[in-house]
Design a protein around this ligand. Sequence first.
Ligand code: CO
Length: 134
Amino acid sequence: MIGKLNHVAIVVPDLAAGAAVYRDTLGADVSEPMDLPDHGVTTVFVNLPNTKIELLHPLGEGSTIAKFLANNPSGGMHHVCYEVEDIIAARDKLKADGMRVLGDGEPKIGAHGKPVLFLHPKDFCGTLVEIEEV
Ligand code: CO
């Protein structure tokens, strides 16, 4: 069902410092910071040959990742995102298998303008999983 790894998201306490590590030390192609107010994050995209890394920093009050950063002050891996062809079919299969889909179970438009859902970490080896229809 899942296809390519679309991205790995990493929450960072300092976006400029995180971007500098990937750009200057690791030599990656790194975007300028982009505010995504609908998602409560500012993000830097790190474009790798086979996938992306997204550096995330909380934006505004009540950002969903503010608590994560409070619990992980040095930052840390937040989620992995896998591509699916049909997000409704994927959701229905996951639910039929007893997996927990977060929120109201309806896909939301994600950071790339495509429908996404998040899946409960306890059902996926302790890792928050995002699925994105591509
Ligand atoms: Co994501």
